[in-house]
Write a protein that binds this ligand. Sequence first.
Ligand code: BGC
Length: 742
Amino acid sequence: MPLQFRSLLNRFVTLSVVVPCVALSSWAQSGNLHPWSNTSLSPDERAAMVVKEMTLDEKITLLHGTGMKGLSLMSPLAINSNGGAGYVPGIPRLGIPAIQMSDAAYGVRGSGENGRYSTALPSDLAGAASWDLDAAFEYGALIGRELRAQGYNMTLGGGTNLTREPRNGRTFEYLGEDPVLAGKMVGSVMKGLQAQHVIGDIKHYALNDQDSGRNAVNITIDKRAARESDLLAFEIGLQESDAAAVMCSYNRVWGDYACENKYLLTDIVKKDWNFKGFILSDWGGTHSIEKASAAGLDHEEPGEIFYGDEFKKAVEAGKVPVTELDDHVRRILRGMFAAGVVDDPPQRSVVDIMGGLEVAQKIAEESTVLLKNDHAQLPLDASKIHSIAVIGPHADVGMISGGGSAQVDPPGGNAIMPPGKGNTYWQAHIWFPTSPLKTIRAKAPAANVQFDSGADPAAAAALAKNADVAIVFAYQWESEGMDLDSLSLPENQDELIAKVAAANPHTVVVLETGTAVTMPWVDQVSGILEAWYAGSRGAEAVANLLFGDVNPSAKLPMTFPRSEADLPHPTVVKPPKVTVDADHQGWKRIAAGLPAFQVTYDEGVKVGYKWYDAENKPVLFPFGYGLSYTTYSYSKLKVTPGKNPRVTFTVTNTGNRAGAEVAEVYASLPAAAAEPPKRLVGWSKVKLNAGESKEVSVDVYPKYLSIFNVEQNGWQLLPGDYGFMVGGSSQSLPLKQSVNLK
Ligand code: BGC
């Protein structure tokens, strides 16, 4: 019998038979049909009560998706799907709603197909550059509101993979190279989302640090290094937010697929981290029934190659214990109750466009990093500038965005498509309609502001030569489903910048990139702003920064190396090309398993700045670096040992304009720990008026000072001398104090 019909029938039976008994209770009197409707019970109690009432078929329904629009066969049950990446029908007779999942990395995906649009925030990496936990909360809350407005109750955002390989095409979806920064930022994003009663999800667990051959690659890394780097980011993110879901990744780790890896899923996430929610596979990342189930995979997406009828048969044959099945189901229900999607289902409404744009702009202003500002070239003074050359691909109409499942359909669609064709599609270069040329013209209405696309560097240089200032908007596009071959700017833009800079000594480069780029022209230009993928209001934010209406306050969440030769791996290892169709047969081939190839992370814990520090390699711009239009000084460091050592210091704004400084705290461990020279252990973003001083205290969580002891399977704080260092970047740490911790 079709499930929906069965559910309707069950509901009818429930109403006619059960209600008279329940009517005696206060629950029924207040309109609640089920004992688990009692919101004063814990999510665990409520979930356990529902599981007891469920039939085997109902349990199986919760274990898998129903297909994905456009990609694989849809189950007839998907009739009520909202069109997002995943849909799990609810159990109406038990009052359990459907789960409507949507990708939502930097905004809700695919709204265009629903005749809507979503606010495109700056990329996740940009958000991390703000180092602002409140902004991260607001980032999540905005996405949560827009998901609900479009009928979704679960996000598939929450990318937390460390930037171990900066050429990874999804770097823009992640939160940089440091586990404490990434973990705390994703924790705040998830808190913001779940506060809107949307199920949070952290992905792609684990070590999915390159996209090339992601369905086949086998990652090997020392276990301690994994726990102290990539896995620590997830651990902190979950601890901070209690996100209800974790998405396991496509790749293999230590020989087993992540989604059937007992050590990763059960031993670490469910046991060590005491995670109470559910683990779902990345799309097509499930590869078995018994093995995956025993390993701790709770839910298959997007279909039911393994976790549907075949799973039911395995339960009936005793191959999957009922207790294991019940645990999967209980976790999914528990996540739904905990996130509030049962008690407060989403109501469709109109997305608040203006409110969204305002948030997007504020976060872009907070996340654009000023990398260079020779001779106080910036901020520009509109009253003194007569002419500006605005140069760069599409800088007259838009700013680039990141592609793949993170892609957002913003108001106005794609700025470079002909009218009527403004929608986005998989792996297209989408330029958000936020025009640098227009916003710069608006800031300098008396100046002659001319545009050149830069297609012909000589013509662009000629325009620049006659202008007071040249501003070059340079881009690098990336997306899920690919990695970059190099960190160079594409389309001859290095030559363009070099030629323009040679023609005009007042050249400012604004970078629109998803990761680090190399800059052979770095010494030739006077100013550099890293705007990342700046979102729906990127140009407005950049103009405010260029003209000083906003003082830059962002810091790099990842190192910019001098060249690819300095990376731990000279090239990204790619598998032989395997073509897999994007249809049901394609999913089946992936599910059956593609031939493995090996990538070994022998740099271990030395990710990002830890690598360059340990290897003594100079960098272009270090982790944690970023300039301001004012200056700051640091003084009066005092470290108070204790369970959570307290690091207290004073930051002073020594310039003549208000600003916000990200004050960073690093620690070195005792020599016996054999760790890289330092690690980030905390920070505080401090707002200061001109001349103002503030005392700042950062409490350091002991785990951030510990090593992971694999034999004892636990974090261990080694007794000895710890050096605490404080300052404005990983390479500018004027305050230092050593304390003995036991
Ligand atoms: C991506 C996930 C995404 C899913 C659903 C997968 O290909 O790796 O990040 O959430 O598709 O769109």
